[in-house]
Design a protein around this ligand. Sequence first.
Ligand SMILES: *Cc1c(COP(=O)(O)O)cnc(C)c1O
Length: 404
Amino acid sequence: MPSKARPASPPPFEPPARVLLGPGPSDVHPRVREAMAKPLVGHLDPVFVALMDETQELLRYVFQTENRLTLAISGTGSAGMETAVVNLIEPGDRMLVCVNGVFGGRMVDVAERAGADVVAIERPYGEAFDPDEIRQALKARPAKVVGIVQAETSTGVWQPLEEIAQIAHEHGALILADAVTALAGVPLEVDEWSIDAVYSGTQKCLSCPPGLAPVTFGPRALEALMARKTKVQSWYFDLTMIQRYWGSDRFYHHTAPISMNYALREALVLVAKEGLEARHARHALCGRALQAGLSALNLDLATQEGRRLPQLTCARIPDGIDDLAVRKRLLADWGIEIGGGLGPWKGKVWRVGLMGHGARQPNVTLFLSALGTCLRDLGLSIGVDQAVAAANDVFAQEAEPAVV
Ligand SMILES: *Cc1c(COP(=O)(O)O)cnc(C)c1O
């Protein structure tokens, strides 16, 4: 007889309806949810293998690359980060990491654990790097890899990559980009910009549940991988083995999370159906409308002007307003989830995500009217209707036919 008593059987879990406007996960299209509920097949079933091939082709479109080594790692975005780092770095290799938020900081930690000799350069929260800073750092201390975050979800900074990739190559370094929040939200041209290695995650602008990490390795990164003198430090994330499962060998490495891969395929089909250009434009428009509405609510944007992401906006919390009280009410009364600040921005900013399927006009206006109502009820003198109108104006202008 088992020594531990049998637990009660509660009814099936019924999550409440939420509007996910935080830094991820983002809302998922019903087609993606339905894909996850389809019957399982085996991870070596020809039907599943065909789905993997399709997924790789779709990922190459989303990454804008011809890289053969393009696949989905089993694990969340951080697993993608770990995969990229441990495959490129051997103990003692120098890695330059650009840190202007939490995720650059995480890359430092991952690289140190992989045995890298890490050089970190920093920028304050809310600011982007200037290519010259990377040039100076590489001049002073050459590195094998430069790690940088394209869309820093902790600060809303949109980091241009093209020139930095060029500088890295001029100094004989590889460039590794974190595109977890960037992918399918803002342009990313892996081949045209010569980005050597990129990782992403499924639950940001791809609008898929968390659980897979798309990665792509270009020719230079592959060469570095093949020239290793030591085994990749992680068994699970060793691309030299994983690529044999995703490649024509179909060599068993680990059991792929089948249902997650169904979901990713469906999410990628939706991206391709919309088209990257249209998807980027939709994110840009929603971000502009939200930012106009927040300004109409007298909230300051915390991120450097000209470097603001459309899919993740950081707004300063007005003096005297309790961060948690507002977020609790948004969730309780409107079902809206947004994010709080991290690190030095804890309690100081709200992070509002408009990612993938969530980047839609009704979400923008619902959020502005909910937040405006909270702030007005807390005693701020605020024009809620004006904020909604400011956002709607942005959408309306876009809808106007171009004057010829
Ligand atoms: C979310 C995120 C990650 C980590 O992804 P997880 O899925 O939470 O593991 C890494 N980098 C950036 C820029 C992110 O936004």
